[in-house]
Write a protein that binds this ligand. Sequence first.
Ligand SMILES: [Ca+2]
Ligand SMILES: [Ca+2]
Ligand SMILES: [Ca+2]
Length: 156
Amino acid sequence: MFKMLRAPVAAPFVLCLSVARTLACALACALVTMPAAAQNGFLQSLDFDGDGIVTIDEAMASRNLQFPIGDLNGDEHLNAAEFDALLRATRARFSDLGQKYQPQTASAGRIDAFTFSDSDADGVISRQEYFRSSDRFARSLDRDGDGTISPDDISR
Ligand SMILES: [Ca+2]
Ligand SMILES: [Ca+2]
Ligand SMILES: [Ca+2]
């Protein structure tokens, strides 16, 4: 996927973001038009390389893409209001996954979710903090620990 790459170090990240951003746009559009009855549409939309398997990396990349979208004032941090708005949008997406999943992500404290991501407790979530929490989040979706996120993981 990154074969055409010539520049070192930072470039893969940039390219990855660029590719992923395109895919995320498609994802957003798909979600808007997707029938409520569509099963696993959300998971399929995370399958960036189309191999039928959603890896933890793919789920992580998908969440990371939300950072620039959520950073409404462009200061490279998510404040509480920005995070809250992002979380509401995420919840809406998760509702497509079915009722079983929702209580496990959206239980008691969404404030906790903010605190959880704000590692240094300075009241805002930096890109680095957000990306770290994406990693944990993606891994938490893989309930059976096989390294991929399947419909079974989601419906547990
Ligand atoms: Ca895949
Ligand atoms: Ca912070
Ligand atoms: Ca799994």
